[in-house]
Design a protein around this ligand. Sequence first.
Ligand code: HEM
Length: 186
Amino acid sequence: MLDHARALVHFTAGRHGEWRVKDLRDVAGAPLPPTERVSIGIGPALPDPQSGWSLRGVLSHLRYTTADEAARLAALQPPLGRPEASRAALIPISKSAAWWALPQDERRAIYEERSRHTSIGLEYLPRIARRLHHSRELGEPFDFLTWFEFAPEHEAAFDELVARLRASEEWRYVEREVDIRLARSA
Ligand code: HEM
């Protein structure tokens, strides 16, 4: 399990990899080329001439989480890699210049007080395991790489969660988003 701060994680498209792509949907902004599989690794991606793309992100500190929220998350959130969680979603996201120009307290107000991102997310735990990767400071094409794992019977709940977040004020600042659904290979 990866728990050390600032670990570099890459998601690489190609013909090999533990996760088979079931669906890749360009939700907003520039599209991402389709791929058969995605592999996840720690550290820089190995060069692979056959792979379509490779996205990188780092684990980082919390920005918008209060102590109380952190305790509620810690009590409910499951680890990645549960055997029954054979489905996953990789959702790379970028926010607009208008978002990044806001001061921290206004971003927090939009994120939680008005959009209820953490509160809504908590309703879906422990069904969904998650890990947030930050890419903006690496000069990557996306600001965030969000990763979720769940059992097949919870995919509908995950769809509902994503729809609720996309309807929120926070998502008015999302200018690029790709929704990639995956299944773990046997
Ligand atoms: C499974 C339930 C979820 C929970 C419990 C959850 C919780 C959180 C928390 C606590 C943070 C803030 C981290 C911080 O303090 O810096 C966060 C950030 C974020 N989450 Fe979620 N989340 C969930 C689902 C989702 C989904 C489905 C998406 C994408 C469709 C998503 C996209 C993001 C993004 C992009 C950020 C970074 C926001 C920013 O820093 O501007 N989350 N999430």
